[in-house]
Design a protein around this ligand. Structure first.
Ligand SMILES: [Zn+2]
Length: 396
């Protein structure tokens, strides 16, 4: 349903592995189950088949909600299978409050692959809808209970809705990805296509927020939950903004190397020194805000920043070792100075320190912290870079 941009969508409960894809739940998925089950138990099922006890309606409603989750999972698995076939690494699938997320690691290699990956989900949902619809008709003909027939008919309907809703050209929904793929193919420019599709997504997000709130207050018979619609709109709006920001950062960093952003090493300090010794003997006045560390044998042992020193009260400096407050080597990225900067910035966000040691021919030559990246993004040369791909949008 919605992919990848959700860094906050963690897996709380690991369900298992289906077809080599890791599948999990976020606790917020309970919201879907409760919304659906309560709607079915107190409304649809009771009206379609009156005369049963509340326990019967609720049991049928909960089962139906779980089957719906399974069909949602099928939608995401379909994305995942095609993505893997197209050479995109699939980290896993998480079901959460607003649907499912197939977490893809990296971008589709070309526009055609992007199109196939995006369309695979809605195609699966339509197939599920057909299967549930045929089952409903068959069960009805066999004289099954009205609750069961209604449940299958509802599952068919909701899967059609799921496919249609996801085909809205609102990036990052599937339809928005289809739009992105089309523009990508048309312009031959992935960044421009992403920016444009995300722009359209932002407008749709705002419109859904407006529609959801309007329905909540003024249309009591509106078939969807207004808060739900507004939340989805808010999510789409946020995700599209985030994507546009990422596109701009990427084009700003385009053509630069890690060496362009790094802070050169001017000295190292021993990891086994106390904070007191570090400050008195190693720190030089100036603009250096971090020091690479070495162990007894002179091997690189981590990185300490002035910020980390500042977190320790001065009276503890004589008794605290630098290694106790510094980032150990394992929590730092290691990179060669000649590597391209844009993909490296993405990699930086995946290490705990968000910082890196930079090597050249096996020798430590510099360090990179988030501050260095900010500085590169603020520098005037980079502004020229940033403006270039978007100049046409301003009519220049
Ligand atoms: Zn989808």
């Amino acid at each position: 349903m919605m992919e990848r941009i959700l860094e906050g969508m963690h897996e709380n409960l690991h369900l298992g592995t289906i077809n080599r894809t890791r599948v999990g739940l976020n606790w917020s998925v309970v919201v879907i189950v409760v919304l659906i089950a309560s709607g079915l138990a107190t409304g649809l099922f009771r009206n379609a088949a009156p005369g049963f006890g509340a326990g019967v309606y609720w049991t049928a409603a909960l089962l139906t909600a779980v089957v719906f989750l399974a069909s949602l999972l099928g939608h995401e698995l379909s994305h995942a299978v095609v993505a893997r076939r197209r050479g995109v690494v699939v980290e896993g699938i998480v079901l959460w409050a607003l649907g499912g997320v197939a977490k893809l690691n990296g971008d589709a290699p070309d526009a055609r692959s992007e199109m196939r990956i995006a369309i695979a989900g809605p195609v699966a949902s339509v197939a599920f809808a057909a299967a549930f619809g045929v089952s409903a008709l068959g069960l009805n003909a066999l004289g099954a209970s009205a609750i069961v027939v209604t449940a299958f008919a509802w599952l068919a309907e909701i899967n059609v809705l799921l496919a249609l809703f996801n085909l809205l050209p609102a990036y990052p929904l599937d339809g928005g990805r289809v739009l992105r793929a089309g523009l990508w193919r048309h312009w031959g420019d992935r960044s421009r296509a992403t920016d444009a599709a995300a722009g359209v997504g932002g407008v749709f997000g705002m419109a859904l927020i407006g529609l959801g709130l309007f329905a909540l207050f003024f249309i009591p018979t509106f078939p969807f939950n207004g808060i739900w619609l507004a939340l989805i709109g808010w999510f789409i709006y946020g995700a599209s903004r985030q994507k546009r920001g990422a596109v701009r950062i990427n084009s700003a960093l385009d053509g630069l190397r890690v060496g362009d952003a790094m802070h050169p090493v001017t000295g190292v300090a021993p990891a086994y020194a106390t904070l007191d010794d570090l400050v008195e003997q190693y720190l030089r006045p100036g603009h250096v805000d971090r020091y690479p560390l070495v162990d007894f044998h002179g091997a690189i042992a981590g990185l300490v920043s002035l910020e980390q020193l500042g977190r320790v009260a001065a009276e503890h400096w004589p008794s605290t070792k630098v290694s106790e407050v510094a980032w150990p080597t394992a929590s730092l990225a290691q990179v060669s100075s000649g590597e391209a900067l844009a993909p490296f910035v993405t990699q930086l966000s995946s290490v705990p320190s968000h910082s890196a040691l930079v090597f050249e021919d096996g020798r430590l030559v510099g360090t990179v912290t988030p501050r260095d990246i900010e500085q590169v993004l603020r520098s005037p040369t980079v502004f020229r870079h940033t403006d270039r791909p978007f100049a046409t949008a301003h009519g220049e």
